[in-house]
Design a protein around this ligand. Structure first.
Ligand code: CP
Length: 319
């Protein structure tokens, strides 16, 4: 552990065996990861899209929840680093026959795997796994419940840095279902650590966590007021799978109040960008015109996920 002016209890690069959360990373470590990702970004454009950094290592995707972007970009990142890569299909694994999670892990350890990339519907699952694997295994959190999605936050800040060089001058809004969003939680930590001076969260009161202002952000219920002059607006989908009751009256009303429609583009800064971690629900939180328009960087976020995940995999497995 080393000291940092923004974050007092932080992980240094040499402690980065597991990548479970953003909140204990230092500003300098986040910037180092972004710089390393920058150096990997060119690999995808080479005729042979590979570097030999993780040759001989075995990485396993353990996804207990649906995913398109995270699952695939982790696989591409691992393969571009020359690692051997396994996708465990949980629906066809022995967990469906009653095997416990820990027994599944023990069996994968017996196959001499070096890293588990874990997505799980329960908050804290990746940390639990990290505490129950042997010393030589790394664990990466690919999204746990509503708790954290740290690699998504890293690829989002990487994307923002492509357009805005100084985080300390930015106005950034996150809009939608903040309450159930692990992406929002990880982004709020990342922006605080990077000293973004104006972080806003926007949504109906039912979808804003109690006391969210104590996370260093300003809550807004009125979207038009909240996105005014923002450099970056990050739209979130309604996380229906994590709602145990109805949090909004109906989707049409939600779209009118919180949907990013073309008329709202005039409210953000003239160079402002629209982001979304995906999956996008068109006509619920964002219109197709905005999602596919020239202010949207949604697909660039996906592409950037490969380089950022290459950086995180390589740092977590350094000797
Ligand atoms: N952003 C994100 O986590 O997308 P997936 O659920 O498709 O991985």
């Amino acid at each position: 552990m080393i000291k940092d002016p923004v974050n007092k209890n932080i992980v240094s690069q040499k402690d980065l065996r597991h990548f479970l959360d953003i909140e204990n990373l230092s500003q300098s470590l986040i910037l180092d990861i972004l710089d390393l990702a920058e150096s990997f970004a060119g690999v995808s454009g080479q005729p042979v899209k590979k570097v030999p950094l993780l040759r001989g290592k075995t990485i396993v995707n353990l996804f207990f929840e649906a995913s398109t972007r995270t699952r695939t970009t982790f696989e591409l990142a691992a393969k571009r680093l020359s690692a051997d890569f396994l996708n465990i299909n949980i629906d066809y694994s022995a967990t469906k026959k009653g095997e416990t999670l820990l027994d599944t892990l023990r069996n994968l350890e017996a196959m001499h795997c070096d890293m588990f990339i874990v997505r799980h519907p329960s908050s804290g699952a990746a940390e639990f796994i990290s505490k129950n694997v042997s010393q030589n295994i790394s664990v990466i959190n690919a999204g746990d419940g509503r708790h954290a999605h740290p690699t998504q936050a890293m690829l989002d800040v990487f994307t923002i840095r492509k357009y805005f060089s100084d985080f300390k001058k930015l106005k950034i809004a996150i809009v939608g279902d903040i309450l159930h969003s692990r992406v929002a939680r990880s982004l709020m930590h990342a922006f605080r650590i990077l000293e973004v001076p104006d972080i806003r969260v926007i949504g109906p009161k039912t979808l804003l966590p109690n006391g969210v202002q104590h996370m260093g952000v300003t809550p807004y219920v009125d979207m038009d007021e909240g996105i005014k002059n923002c450099d970056v607006v990050i739209m979130l989908r309604l996380q229906n799978e994590r709602m145990n009751s109805s949090f909004i009256p109906d989707e049409n009303e939600y779209y009118n109040l919180y949907g990013f429609t073309p008329n709202r583009l005039d409210l953000i800064s003239k160079n402002g960008k629209v982001m979304h971690p995906g999956p996008v629900n068109r006509g619920v939180e964002i219109s197709s015109e905005v999602a596919d328009g020239d202010r949207s960087v949604i697909l660039q976020q996906v592409s950037n996920g490969i380089a950022v995940r290459m950086a995180i995999l390589s740092l977590s497995m350094q000797p």
